[in-house]
Design a protein. Sequence first.
Length: 425
Amino acid sequence: MNFRHAEHEGRVVKLAYCLNLHPAGDLAETLAGLRTVLLPLRERLAPGEPFGVGMYLPAKFARALASPRGATDLEKLGHFLATHGLEPFTYNAFPSGGFHEDGLKAGVFKPTWKDGDRLKFTVSVARAAAQLALATKLSAPGAHLSISTHSGMFGASVKSPRDLDDCAQQLARAVDELARIEEATGVHTVLSLEPEPRASSENCRELAHFLLRAQDVGLAVLEDEANREREHARKLLQRHLGACVDGCHAAVEGETDPLALLHAVVIGKLQYSNAIVVLNPRQNAAGVAALLALDEPRYLHQVTGHGRNVMRATDLPELKKALQGDAQAAWLACDRWVCHFHVPVDLAAAGEGLTTTRADSDRLLGHMLGDPKRWKTRDLHLEIETYTWDILAGPARGEGALVDGLEREYRHVMQRLESAGWRRA
């Protein structure tokens, strides 16, 4: 769905749901997700209207689609999207595969941006995305596609500044490929780096610093390897390399206005997501117990304690161990704990003793909607991302089937857009 504002002529907010909530190993699984999730939502929310899609193409499938042997599948996928009025304007290329398998945890950062496989995966997504944009007529002047990815690697894997420079070199090679795709197809793509707690860029402040370094490192790569003239290379890096701001991640890190930290960065996309909060943990035993009970074997659930001191845990078992040791007093002295556990974006509470960061996400979206100059693009790509539906239960999930819950999320975000003066186009 597209939204416009009378006072911001020419600007568009494009809304979609990230399909990483559904396994997508091949064409059949991808089409199944579109049929069982997106088409019912479109009928409930926007029958007969174009409907945005946040696509997820894992590495093996993306490489196949971008190769000659995948041409038939790519054509079939494009035909399905075009026939049903689905607009694939944004892509998630963070997890390369196995996103719904137990034991993933920090493996979601593999391959790192030091590795050639990460570059190949991302470029494959970009090539497939450009062809799907042409098939669905999304390549209008001024529009862009966005591809979100991680900021380099898992933080604990960084051994020296050289590791991050190696990541920056690979990102520059990705920028060159995106530029070549645009030269051949007219499709403009922004590779959007997503800061995440305990990653090489934990938050938007660190990402802004890394992107400055990546510009310097990338200039040499584009000059020496791609034979790009220096000033042109600089413009390509600014045009194709940006940020993906995730509301849940920003809240975990306590960033009240992450966009102010990214004032010089293109915002490729904004992921509207919701984290879990334990307020006043010293007096909230029920909330502490409820949070620790959410430990599960698939995803990382980083926790940050905010107050006089800032406390950090990489996952819930680490927090549990800390509460049984010398760090207990420091953790319990925090004003609140915020946990990277995506819950439906419409929920203000997630169970006994647990609240959420919904108000933080609403505030972040309000900052974006009120000042489109911050985007540095014509359109704002707004993607709802709650990928945890199959591990959520009880109050953290809400009533009804999956599509019922997704509809509630959509309606919450749509209400925020409309209250800010943005109307369905």
